[in-house]
Design a protein around this ligand. Structure first.
Ligand code: 5GP
Ligand code: ZN
Length: 116
């Protein structure tokens, strides 16, 4: 728990969120400013600032996070039509919240990957 982190506050229940899935290690909830008909964020309960902060010993929990992301996509009913997962890291990727999170974007054809 990082007391100045928005997503840690959501995990702690101090800020409300529309939850999709929760277990001991991760939480999924709808993005407050959806960029697609389905836009869900999947986060670990452990506070890592970004993908750049993870270490080899974190592999198991990050593997769990990714597997649960796929589970959420199936539960949201978008797995068959398809979805995009994004992890923004640091400034050039536009990371705004410094608690690692996986975006699930879906619900319509998303076009090509973001422009470079
Ligand atoms: P980033 O740009 O860091 O990859 O993505 C941060 C995401 O968090 C953005 O898509 C933004 O809309 C979302 N977000 C920011 N504040 C809140 C909030 O208070 N609640 C929820 N549900 N999403 C938020
Ligand atoms: Zn945090």
């Amino acid at each position: 728990m990082n007391s100045s982190c928005l997503f840690c506050k959501i995990i702690a229940g101090q800020i409300p969120a529309k939850k999709v899935y929760e277990d001991d290690h991760c939480l999924a909830f709808h993005d407050i400013h959806p960029q697609a008909p389905v836009h869900v964020l999947v986060i670990p309960k452990h506070h890592w600032e970004s993908l750049d902060a993870v270490q080899p010993e974190d592999r198991e929990i990050l593997g769990h996070l990714l597997e649960r992301t796929a589970h959420c996509a199936r539960e949201l009913g978008v797995a068959n039509t398809g979805y995009r997962t994004i992890i923004n890291t640091h400034a050039h990727a536009g990371q705004e919240v410094f608690h690692i999170h996986v975006h699930i974007l879906a619900g319509k054809p998303l076009g090509r990957m973001v422009s470079a």
